[in-house]
Design a protein around this ligand. Structure first.
Ligand code: PLP
Length: 232
């Protein structure tokens, strides 16, 4: 019997394959990160049993609680995608497999030094503020190259790519331009010799546009789990 969550995931997987085809990209070029923030461990378990292994969390407390509750599931991969304060890095270094929201060196240094030696190095993406809004997190595009160089030197991190959260807008051209900016920066870093393979962009509402502009991973919450109530 398929469940509502499983059906919603299948619908997203179809949207992803259609978008890959439409964009002339190879099948399987884009992976799905299921963003489970605010939803219970039981929902994550249900999707895991349906074959979804990668989950995204925004809040450290939730990452801790759910990774504990689901420690019995082999191959479950946790991506931390939310803003990260320096006093909370240890729990993330100990539990996450990926962090997408690195926007300053201090956080990267702490994650590297706190990553337990029995675990493989932590995969990280640099979050870039491509919208130019002052309030947004992410490093400035002009600082991304030097920050990438510093992060690539850290022993317990592996720099995998770039992430952005575009400014919410109904203006598709404006949205597309933000995805293009991130992709151009990604290609610039690849040309400079960084072996990057992850372009983390696109969410429930705009994953087709992000895939058309080169996303390799889309982060989807609402379209799988439903609307979120306010975080407590
Ligand atoms: C919540 C969140 C998402 C998922 O957004 P939806 O619109 O619910 O798909 C993706 N990325 C980040 C960084 C988020 O915080």
């Amino acid at each position: 019997m398929t469940t509502t969550l499983e059906n919603a995931r299948q619908t997203i997987l179809s949207r992803i394959s259609t978008a890959e085809r439409t964009a002339g990209r190879s099948a399987g070029a884009v992976s799905l990160l299921a963003v489970s923030k605010t939803f219970p461990a039981s929902a994550v378990r249900e999707l895991y049993l349906a074959g979804q292994y990668a989950f995204g969390e925004n809040y450290v407390q939730e990452l801790v609680a759910k990774s504990d509750a689901l420690a019995d599931l082999p191959g479950l991969i946790w991506h931390f995608i939310g803003p990260l304060q320096s006093n909370k890095t240890r729990a993330v270094a100990e539990r996450a497999h990926w962090v997408h929201s690195i926007d300053r060196l201090k956080i990267a240094e702490r994650l590297s030094s706190q990553r337990p030696t029995h675990l493989p190095s932590l995969n990280v993406c640099l979050q870039v503020n491509v919208s130019g809004e002052a309030s947004k997190s992410g490093c400035q595009p002009e600082d991304a190259v030097s920050l990438a160089a510093e992060i690539a030197e850290l022993p317990r991190l592996t720099l995998r790519g770039l992430m952005c959260i575009p400014e919410p807008t109904d203006d598709l051209q404006r949205l597309r331009q933000q995805f293009i900016s991130l992709r151009q920066l990604f290609e610039q870093l690849q040309k400079a010799g960084y072996p990057l393979d992850t372009l983390s962009m696109g969410m429930s509402a705009d994953l087709e546009l992000a895939i058309a502009e080169g996303a390799t991973l889309v982060r989807v919450g609402t379209a799988i789990f439903g609307a979120r109530s306010q975080h407590p």
